[in-house]
Design a protein around this ligand. Structure first.
Ligand SMILES: [Zn+2]
Length: 432
């Protein structure tokens, strides 16, 4: 749940509103007054008790939800909610026709005013960090860069390659595709500025693609991120985001209080995606998704990034896919996963010898090297980048010349065997 504290007090206040509304109805029935108040003091009192409630409470709940979404301290939110609830309970008892002074009414009004004022100030205060950050942004380099942050395939711990992650940097603005274990460290090694993170795209929810999704966001925030980051991926990515915020809540709240960090929750906007099509667009990049087959890991997505100078497609994890061929049509770069079927036994034996279910999954869920070449040929892509290689780090299989030999049987274009931290630009490629 995104705003559990607001929901708690909205529920309690909703019950109070029902009591006030039912009192109006009961008076109307008793007096036979279907419209207006017929100048009956009891009905006039009931109408004003209910009316004052609906004039104030919905807007204050909106303020409360805004503050909660932007990471306002949960203890203070409870104080605001309890104060509002107490004020709204007192207020109706103080409304009496032609009776002044009305202490309970005055107390209810003061408490309501106080909560509205406090939450309004907090909401505006929460806006300030992002506004200040926008004013102090430095000029960014122009053009598109692709950096392979992690090129390993599979969830086991590897020495030679990091788990899947990629950076697409357009005019200094950073998009991350997949967030395997170590993605934040790999960003640092590649000099990708965490403060420039704008969006994260998760191809599917296998742990090697999402293990450090929350860590990436948290460490970016702790590294000075001040702008909103949009994240996209299959259901239940949004719920996973909320869970991670709860998991790290102790640290987040402490740093906000103790280190005067800006609110964190409001900097992350998670989106579940379903089906394909355009899912994201800003001034630098347009991102299109299509569903791809990845054995039981459903749904899984491939993403296409169109910028002013490059079209880059990420296959994610997929078996051979006609959807992917359509998505990648005419792209400059296709970053495609790959498996060498001859090396599957070696992969399985590395972690769980004899596990036939694992062997079946690896074969069914991924694209054999020869098929990768066919996909690239049919899609007419200019450059093919092999990543998420299976087996990873096995000397008998995971060597550039071996991968190249196999893929060239079915693809005559330019092939790059991916390595961690390899950088590709629109005009040239260079390894950091
Ligand atoms: Zn996978």
């Amino acid at each position: 749940m995104l705003v559990p504290i607001t929901a708690l007090y909205a529920g309690a206040l909703g019950l109070l509103m029902l009591v006030l509304a039912s009192r109006v109805s009961a008076e109307r029935i008793r007096l036979g007054a279907s419209l207006g108040t017929d100048a009956a003091p009891s009905l006039l009192e009931a109408v004003r008790r209910h009316g004052n409630f609906v004039e104030w409470v919905p807007f204050i709940l909106l303020l409360m939800a805004s503050c909660e979404l932007n990471g306002f301290d949960s203890d203070y939110l409870h104080v605001a909610g309890l104060t509002l609830l107490f004020g709204r309970v007192l207020h109706p008892f103080g409304i009496k026709h032609k009776v002044i002074p009305q202490p309970l009414r005055a107390a209810g009004t003061i408490l309501t005013f106080g909560v509205a004022l406090a939450l309004s100030v907090v909401a505006m205060w929460q806006w300030l960090p992002s506004a200040q950050a926008q004013q102090t942004q430095q000029p960014q380099p122009v053009g598109t860069r692709l950096i392979l942050l992690g090129t390993a395939g599979g969830p086991a711990i590897k020495k030679l390659r990091a788990q899947p992650a990629n950076a697409v940097i357009v005019n200094g603005s950073v998009c991350i595709v997949d967030a395997g274990n170590g993605v934040a460290r790999q960003m640092a090694l590649a000099d990708v500025p965490p403060q420039a993170l704008r969006a994260v795209f998760i191809t599917h929810l296998h742990s090697d693609h999402v293990a450090d999704y929350g860590t990436l966001l948290l460490r970016a925030w702790q590294s000075g991120l001040k702008c909103v980051v949009d994240t996209y991926g299959p259901v239940p990515l949004a719920a996973m985001t909320v869970s991670y915020l709860q998991y790290m809540d102790w640290d987040i709240q402490l740093r906000i209080r103790d280190e005067k960090r800006p609110p964190f929750a409001g900097l992350v906007r998670a989106h579940n995606i379903s089906g394909g099509g355009l899912i994201y667009q800003d001034e630098n990049v347009k991102v299109t998704a299509t569903e791809v087959p990845h054995d039981a890991a459903k749904p899984a997505y491939a993403y296409r990034f169109d910028t002013a100078d490059l079209a880059i497609v990420f296959s994610g994890d997929t078996a051979s896919s006609e959807n992917l061929i359509k998505l990648a049509a005419g792209a400059d770069i296709l970053v495609h996963e790959v498996v060498n079927i001859d090396g599957v036994d070696a992969t399985v034996n590395e972690t769980d010898p004899g596990n036939e279910a694992l062997k079946r999954h690896v074969i069914a869920a991924h694209t054999p090297i020869e098929e990768v070449g066919r996909v690239a040929t049919q899609a007419k892509v200019k450059k093919r980048v092999l990543s998420h290689v299976v087996p990873t780090g096995q000397r008998a299989f995971d060597q550039p010349e071996l991968w190249l030999q196999s893929v060239r049987k079915t693809y005559k274009g330019e092939v790059v065997v991916g390595e961690d931290l390899l950088q590709i630009t629109a005009t040239a490629e260079a390894k950091n």
